[in-house]
Design a protein around this ligand. Structure first.
Ligand SMILES: [Zn+2]
Length: 292
């Protein structure tokens, strides 16, 4: 669920709260979340957080050169805690808590920290302890970041050119463009007035320029809205800022048509027929395949 704008905001949030603080310890409650064993997670104890960065949807805490890299996946979240000194030790197996990072107490005696939680039964949240974030496979494979200056119209043209996949899939593919997931790809395509099923390689130069504009504005606006919000308020903010995603059956803000839903890959997507597909609802390809 957290995509580029939310992870960007969490990065700022942690930069303000956590940089300069010493790590007391990292408790891994959900063992399967820890994807590395060397260096061990205990090596982070005693180190100082010197920086926080984002790579696509990955959070990267630099602790004196050793990195704690976090991927929140679909149902993960980060919860800041002002004081963990009274928190009970956690036993593996129950509840959404996956990882707890305890920081050294400040002058007031409060020992803050943060917790990574994951809802649901599919556990995909991942943490890595590494000397080099590029050693994390998901980071090494990332495409360009759309908020980076190098992500120009020409750069997008090179990405799109000759690519025979549907534009919805292209936008969501972290190896092609970093940071956009199911929600913001719906939003970008609505802003660009483009069918999610359009084949990337068929876009004209004008459409590529429109798509580029839509990517930049949609993400920048979402980052702007999320900026300065506490970690716990980000989810609600993301939801309220969306124009088509997860709004099936509601009227489109732009034209008043009813927002529709169609299955796509492992989930579903939402779009506005009038704004994006010439008024025609998209056929559910999975369903029609079954009926043949
Ligand atoms: Zn519309």
């Amino acid at each position: 669920m957290p995509e580029l704008p939310e992870v960007e905001s969490l990065t700022h949030f942690l930069r303000e709260r956590a940089v300069g603080r010493t790590v007391l310890g990292v408790d891994v409650v959900a063992i399967q979340a820890l994807k590395t064993f060397d260096p061990p997670v205990t090596a982070l104890g005693g180190l100082t957080i010197t920086g926080v960065a984002r790579h696509g949807k990955f959070l990267d805490l630099d602790c004196d050169g050793l990195h704690l890299v976090i991927h929140l996946a679909r149902a993960g979240w980060l919860r800041w805690r002002d004081d963990l000194s009274g928190a009970k030790p956690v036993r593996p197996g129950k509840g959404p808590l996956a990882v707890r990072v305890r920081l050294a107490p400040d002058e007031e005696g409060l020992a803050p920290g943060f917790e990574l939680t994951e809802a649901g039964t599919q556990k995909r949240l991942a943490v890595y302890v590494t000397k080099n974030p590029d050693d994390v496979p998901g980071i090494a494979a990332l495409g360009p970041d759309p908020l980076d200056e190098s992500f120009t119209v020409d750069a997008l043209k090179r990405i799109v050119g000759g690519n025979r996949i549907q534009i919805k899939g292209l936008l969501r593919d972290q190896k092609i463009i970093a940071g956009i997931g199911n929600a913001y790809s719906d939003e970008v395509l609505h802003a660009a007035r483009m069918s999610p099923f359009k084949i990337a390689a068929t876009l004209t130069d004008a459409q590529i320029a429109d798509l580029h504009e839509a990517i930049i504005t949609t993400l920048a606006e979402a980052v702007e809205r999320a900026h300065g919000l506490a970690a716990k308020d980000l989810k609600a903010e993301k939801k309220s800022g969306l124009r088509v995603h997860n709004r099936t059956g509601q009227p489109c803000d732009v034209c008043g048509d009813t927002i529709r839903e169609v299955s796509f890959a492992d989930s579903s997507l939402q779009y506005c027929p009038t704004c994006q597909t010439g008024g025609k609802p998209l056929a559910d390809r999975r369903l029609s395949r079954l009926l043949k």
